[in-house]
Design a protein around this ligand. Structure first.
Ligand code: PEP
Ligand code: MN
Length: 358
């Protein structure tokens, strides 16, 4: 079993955004001892602008080592340079994590992976700031390729330029779900603190992650959040964290009640046959598109017809609403179907053009 899959889900990681003082580290660890699986603290901080607090550095490794020994809590730090790895291992850090701003850079990730050749330490990889699943998976695989046995992915949301978003980093859930589909054995941990950037929304996102079957949570915890030297708005007190954990409803991935699992199996079979029908219908729709491609060619028309597309968006959107489906959802589905249909028609127009030329 993976290092991160404790007997009881979820695997809980908590601790301050940044280690600030020895007292702050020890006070937080004392309050979390026995209630969380791993203590986190950033000591080298990637900050957006120069002049902000950039972490205490190596000195804080001693405080973390002390917290580990006194409170029997495994400890984790973010590493972004091979020199960070060397220092972290020297001070007995139990787990390392790669920050979102590092995951975006394959050169740097490879340098870090090379520094871990021949070492066995669990590594957690945060998603890159941009929503690129291959970049995220690739970073994890760089560590696995050098022999790291325990890896985990952390979903901390993706950067967007959307002033009206309630989130600091958009939780693009289909991306971690697709990662889980590709790598079923890979533990996925959710970081509601960096997703929300707002302590009032942390519990809601933590619960959502549990409902979606994530293996763990990483939550920033500080004895006096408002006075934190970094990420003040999103940190919660250890007391609030314990309260959040007590209220968390942890759902199982499998059904232990025999009758319910029969019901579920029946519903899944119905869903399988509906999905088969949906695919058959889409195939028939594509055949119609192909025939329309032929007609458009004969009448020398463009594949894309803006008026027709507007009409499709309008009628399909209204039809969706009659069934209490979201208009946006159905339109985005039709955007995909329409794209494919246009691609097919272009293929036909181009194939016919080649025949004419030859
Ligand atoms: C952090 O965990 O404090 C941090 C800097 O996170 P991220 O890399 O997700 O921004
Ligand atoms: Mn932080």
């Amino acid at each position: 079993m993976s290092f991160f899959q404790s007997a009881e889900r979820p695997y809980i990681i908590a601790g301050p955004c940044s280690a600030e003082t020895r007292e702050q580290v020890l006070e937080t660890a004392a309050a979390l001892k026995g209630r969380v699986h791993l203590f986190r603290a950033g000591i080298w901080k990637p900050r957006t602008k120069p002049g902000s607090f950039e972490g205490v550095g190596i000195e804080a490794l001693q405080w973390l080592q002390e917290a580990k020994q006194v409170y029997e809590l495994p400890v984790a730090v973010e590493v972004a340079e091979p020199a960070h790895i060397e220092a972290a291992l020297q001070y007995g850090m139990d787990v390392l994590w790669i920050g979102a701003r590092t995951t975006v850079n394959p050169f740097q990730v490879q340098r870090l992976a090379d520094a871990l050749k021949g070492v066995q330490v669990p590594v957690m990889v945060k998603n890159p700031v941009n929503p690129d699943i291959d970049l995220w998976q690739g970073a994890i695989e760089r560590f696995e390729t050098v022999g790291i046995k325990n890896t985990a992915a952390i979903h901390r949301g993706f950067s967007t330029y959307n002033a009206s978003s309630p989130y600091r980093n958009q939780p693009n859930w289909p991306i971690p779900i697709e990662l889980k589909r590709r790598r079923p054995e890979l533990p996925i941990i959710c970081d509601p603190s960096h997703i929300t950037g707002n302590r009032n929304m942390v519990a809601e996102i933590a619960q959502k992650a549990m409902d979606m079957g994530f293996e763990g949570l990483m939550i920033e915890t500080h004895p006096d959040p408002d006075a934190a030297w970094s990420d003040a708005a999103q940190q919660i007190t250890p007391g609030a964290l314990l309260d959040l954990l007590d209220r968390l409803v942890v759902r199982k991935q499998h059904c232990s009640d025999g009758d319910k699992s029969v019901d579920l199996e029946y519903l899944r079979q119905l869903m399988d046959s509906l999905d088969a029908e949906i695919i058959d219908l889409i195939a028939r729709r594509m055949e119609l598109s192909a025939r329309m491609g032929g007609v458009k060619k004969d009448s020398n028309m463009t594949a894309y017809q803006p008026d027709r597309w507007r009409e499709i968006v309008e009628t399909r959107g209204s039809h969706a609403e009659k069934h209490h489906l979201s208009r946006e959802f159905i339109i985005s589905l039709y955007e995909k179907i329409h794209d494919e249909s246009i691609r097919k028609q272009l293929e036909i127009l181009q194939a016919l053009q080649k025949q004419v030329k030859s």
